[in-house]
Design a protein around this ligand. Sequence first.
Ligand code: PXG
Length: 291
Amino acid sequence: MSRMVFVNGDLVPEEQATVSVFDHGYLYGDGVFEGIRAYDGKIFRLEEHVDRLYESAHCIMMEIPYTREQMQRAIIDTVKANGLRDAYIRVVVSRGKGDLGMNPKNCPGCQIVIIAGKIAVFPPELYEDGIEAVTVPTRRNVVGALDPRIKSLNYLNNIMAHIEATRAGAREALMLNSEGYVTEGAADNIFVYRRGVLWTPPKYLGILEGITREAVMGLARGEGIPVEESPITRHDIYTGDECFVTGTAAEIMPIVEVDSRVVGTGKPGPVTRRLTELYRELVIEEGTPLE
Ligand code: PXG
């Protein structure tokens, strides 16, 4: 059975799930998206993901012709139509089909696509051993140009960072902002545990407000770990006790080396391991059921 893809209100076999070459998502990266996960028949933080999608759309002045409830329903229906209990879900809303000019006025309506597939998980050794990160030459988008809080279809900033890290032999990219403060990974938020405090960069420095980040901050606070959203530098990470990145796909991934400096003991630390355990419990317990 072929995969069923949601396209503008219809669930169609993937072979028929096509988008025009005149779609402004394709021509200009004009649109927004979300990456969501379902665990054991429940969608993790569905409402938060849909809210972020609508906030991103609002900021690029694109009106999605569904209520948030209808969008949630469409996501649930797409996962169910594919018989999945564990899934990776991609929601893409582009400005829609227009002409060759960039003016969005020539796009009569946005294009809504929802794809639900099997989640490709990272090998377990990576979680046990941790990974290496490098700071990359490409700086994170400046807040005043294209705010990283908008999860837009224009992901070149992140893709450049990813390529640069890979070419440097590292699995993760650390992106600095134009002032040299640490912002985030190519598709993950960053945390450093140093001298008894869990630090993560604040939103105003130019980061995506990660839903995993929010969940992890909540779990840490619940464990009595002080959490600070405050600017951090490379120095804070090099001299930190533990470091990890968070995201829907990676969940919590330990970082054990940054720019050839070993972080802490060079092994995933106790705080990282405890939060990973709690996060894995949370995603199984919580979530919107696929009913
Ligand atoms: N920062 C950036 C730049 C991201 O793109 C995160 C942080 C983490 O956010 P969440 O809400 O996931 O905790 C992201 C998330 C993909 C993919 O296929 C990308 C993300 C999420 C899922 C899949 O590239 N980015």
